[in-house]
Write a protein that binds this ligand. Structure first.
Ligand code: DOR
Ligand code: ZN
Length: 351
C-alpha cells in the first residue's frame, strides 16, 4: 500500500497546556492529521468547573477553529452532581481522574473513589465519560512502584464498572497485558486508549533516556506485544489517545536531586504518520482507520455522518523515509518531539 485515506482522525487524549505554550501546541493537532482533540484538564490550576472549561475551549478555538475540541473536567472535591448536570448542558464530554501524585499536575488528584460515587452516578445518568489515569500511587510499604502501578489499579476499574455498569469509562494510556485483558473482560461501556509511544517503547528505552519518560512508563516487551495484538485484531473498544504531553526541553533533559525529569512525550505534530509507521511495523496498517477514527468516535458517540462525505486525511508512503523535526519553536517556547531526527515511512499529503 503506498497511499491511504483516513476519515477524520480523532485523538482521544491530548495535552495542549495554556498561555504561550498552547499557541505552539494547538496548531500541531491539525498538522499531525487530526480533526478532533479530547483535551486534558491538568492545567495550573486544573480545569475543575464548567466556566473554566468553556474559557479554555474558547482559547483553543481562537488559536485553531478547524479542530473540534471535546472538553474534560478534572475530578476534585469541587465537582458536584449539580456541576455535572451543568457540564452536560454546556457540551462538556468527560471527567478525568488522576490519583494523587502519580503524574504531571496531579497534586490535586483524588485519594478515594467512593467519595465520588454521587458524581459518578450523575455522570452515568447524564451519559458523560469517566477517563481514568489507571495507576495507583507508589508506596514502599506495599511494594508499589511504577512498574506494577497500572496492574494494581485494575481492581478499581472492575469495582467502578460493577457499581456503574452504564457509565462509560476509558482506561487511559493502557501499557500492560493485564490492562488489555481487564478491558476485554468488561462490558461495552469500558474502553482503553493506547498511545503511539507505548507501541514503540519498553522499559529499556526510558531507563536512562529522559525524553522517553512518561507516565505510565512503558513496560515489558510482552506488554507491548499485547498492545500491538489488540490493535491488530481490531478490537472496537481500543483506540488512539496520544497522551501527547509537551514539556519545555529543560524540564525533560535536566534534573536535580529535588526535581526529577518531567513525565511526558510529545507526538502531536507527527501523530498520524507516526501511528501509520508503527502499525505497519507490526502488520496492522489495515486497522489504522479503526484505531485512529472509527472506534473512538463510536465509543464517544461522535460518529461521522453516513450521508455527507466526511473530511479525510491522505497519507503517502515515503520509502526513502521522512525525518521527524528536531524541534518545534515559537517566539516563547520550544518542544522536542518523540523520535526527533528519526526517519518514518509515512507522511501526510498536503494540498
Ligand atoms: O507522561 C505523562 N504526561 N502522563 C500523564 O499522565 C500526564 C502527562 C502530562 O500532563 O505531562
Ligand atoms: Zn495524559
Amino acid at each position: 500500500m503506498s497511499s491511504l485515506t483516513i476519515a477524520s482522525p480523532a485523538d482521544f487524549h491530548v495535552h495542549l497546556r495554556q498561555g504561550s505554550l498552547c499557541k505552539l501546541t494547538t496548531p500541531h493537532v491539525k498538522q499531525g492529521g487530526f480533526d478532533l482533540a479530547y483535551v486534558m484538564p491538568n492545567l495550573k490550576p486544573p480545569v475543575t468547573n464548567v466556566e473554566q472549561a468553556l474559557a479554555y475551549k474558547a482559547e483553543l478555538e481562537a488559536i485553531d477553529s478547524s479542530v473540534e475540541y471535546l472538553m474534560t473536567l478534572y475530578l476534585s472535591p469541587e465537582l458536584t452532581p449539580e456541576e455535572i448536570r451543568k457540564a452536560k448542558v454546556a457540551g462538556i464530554t468527560g471527567v478525568k481522574s488522576y490519583p494523587r501524585g502519580v503524574t504531571t499536575n496531579s497534586d490535586g488528584g483524588i485519594e478515594s473513589y467512593e467519595a465520588y460515587y454521587p458524581v459518578f452516578a450523575a455522570m452515568e445518568e447524564e451519559d458523560m465519560v469517566l477517563n481514568l489515569h489507571g495507576e495507583v500511587p507508589s508506596d514502599a510499604d506495599t511494594d508499589t512502584h511504577v512498574l506494577n502501578a497500572e496492574a494494581r489499579f485494575l481492581p478499581h476499574l472492575h469495582k467502578l464498572h460493577a457499581r456503574f455498569p452504564a457509565l462509560r469509562i476509558v482506561l487511559e494510556h493502557a501499557t500492560t497485558r493485564a490492562a488489555i485483558d481487564a478491558v476485554r473482560a468488561c462490558g461495552p461501556t469500558v474502553a482503553a486508549t493506547i498511545t503511539a509511544h507505548h507501541l514503540a517503547l519498553v522499559v529499556d528505552d526510558w531507563a536512562g533516556q529522559s525524553w522517553n519518560f512518561c507516565k505510565p512508563v512503558a513496560k515489558f516487551p510482552s506488554d507491548r506485544t499485547a498492545l500491538r495484538e489488540v490493535i491488530r485484531e481490531g478490537h472496537p473498544r481500543v483506540f488512539l489517545g496520544s497522551d501527547s504531553a509537551p514539556h519545555p526541553p529543560h524540564s525533560k533533559s535536566v534534573s536535580s536531586p529535588d526535581h526529577g525529569c518531567a513525565a511526558g512525550i510529545y507526538t502531536s505534530p507527527v501523530l498520524l504518520p507516526l501511528v501509520a509507521h508503527l502499525l505497519e511495523s507490526f502488520g496492522a496498517l489495515d486497522r489504522l482507520e479503526g484505531f485512529v477514527s472509527t472506534f473512538g468516535r463510536r465509543f464517544y458517540k461522535r460518529e461521522l455522518s453516513a450521508d455527507a462525505a466526511p473530511p479525510s486525511v491522505q497519507l503517502r508512503k515515503v520509502p526513502e523515509g521522512n525525518t521527524i523535526e528536531k524541534e518545534y519553536t515559537s517566539a516563547d517556547d520550544s518542544l522536542v518531539p518523540f523520535w526527533a531526527g528519526k526517519q518514518i515511512g509515512w507522511e501526510i499529503v498536503r494540498s
